[in-house]
Design a binder for this molecule. Sequence first.
Ligand code: NDP
Length: 484
Amino acid sequence: MTDEVRPTTTDAGIPAASDEFSLTVGPNGPALLQDHYLIQKMAQFNRERVPERVVHANGGGAHGFFQTTEDVTELTRADLFRPGERTDMFARFSTVAGESGTPDTWRDPRGFALKFYTRHGNYDMVGNNTPIFFVRDAQKFQDFIHSQKRRADTHFRDHNMQWDFWTLSPESAHMVTWLMGDRGIPRTWRQMNGYSSHTYLWENAGGERHWVKYHFKTDLGVAHLTQDEGDLLAGTDGDYHKRDLANAIRKGEDPSWTLYVQAMPYEDAADYRFNPFDLTKVWPHGDYPLIKVGRMVLDRNPDNYFAEVEQAAFEPANMVPGIGPSPDKMLLGRLFSYPDTHRYRIGPNYQQLPVNKPRSEVNTYNRDGAMRYENPGDPTYAPNSYGGPRAMPEIYGKDLAWYVEGDEIVRSAYQPHREDNDFVQANTQVNKVLDDAARDRLVSNIVGHVSKGVEEPVLSRVFEYWRSVDKSIGDRVEQGVLRR
Ligand code: NDP
């Protein structure tokens, strides 16, 4: 706030004649088309919204930093993971299926999207608060999301549609077990873990490679809301998670997460007991223990939600030297899908907006397009004889990749590994991770969800789906639903 009185202006900076009255012929009108300022206000208002994200539309975020506290140079040469390196970053948390403005505390996975402004360009991780996902092939993603969003005819959310898709897609069982359990409604964003979910490839300076999965563990400990608590908050404070994060940072209670990775030697993947690239599976900690890497702290609230959060554009294709993709078919689909949605949503030059802009030098031959305000000078083609930039794989390394030999081009499920099964890890979670009280809440959450509109033939499949996860859970779900 300042005492100085400043004139209202048009967007062109011209002092405006009135904040209240349009230009009319006499006090009672008619209104005049020449009222440029009124027309600018109306026209700009009509264009205030960019298309909201098709998924993860409801969210909030904060700025912070990541500090590498350990020495993981044996695993990766990535600049941001050098011992002691501190990298500025931005994080955005979200629900998946709800539109912008839907309650924060609905049962849903949470997005955990991170952008690290490294010396070698932006490194983005588009993770979730779950180490797994509902499907394992990008071909099914759009259908999955349609089943979780609104019906085409009535525009209602429809649990029957959700369970129809899930029970016909048994690979979803592990994730649905997760979603219906305590972690399906985090107490706050500060009290949830984030996972890369996908597997990535890391390479060290000597060219040695490991497959890795990232685990960001909250330093506050994981905590959840019960279904009743979540329902109550949805009606009394839809912005509960956004408000909690902003208030904590405002009070100096900066949330932090410790980053660990699981690292699998490159050669282990071929005959690991589970397909390590299957997004519906974890790597059990007993096989690949967590290795500490560093700490992420969020310490600054955005000043402008639209500019910094709504326009934040994360894309898993942004990988920096030392980090590459894996044959995870969902990841490979997302490498295309994320930048494509940003081009549609906020325009082809979204990477020049302050929240997305790399802090390192950009030397590109891409040019022009809507709303571009930094353009390369000539020459804008390569090769050239005028001193333009050139690719330097001898310094930064080649694309990280894996070997493909003699395979036919097919549309197929992953080749199964010896312990692959859609229900096995869900069963482990139910029986080895949850205690009796957590199992009771799981059953109660499923019964409550299924009882809202799931009908035959989907209903019988729901009971079988849960019996496949665990016989007693399935029986209890059936009894619970039929008793209602
Ligand atoms: P572990 O006993 O080593 O790990 C179990 C993990 O389960 C814990 O580390 C914790 O993850 C997580 N967990 C605790 N409570 C819950 C809950 N209510 N809902 C979901 N997850 C919870 O066993 P394994 O590594 O052999 O995994 C066994 C099962 O645990 C898996 O089938 C999977 O369902 C689940 N799990 C496994 C993870 C992994 O990466 N291996 C990660 C998370 C869950 P955290 O420490 O991240 O809080």
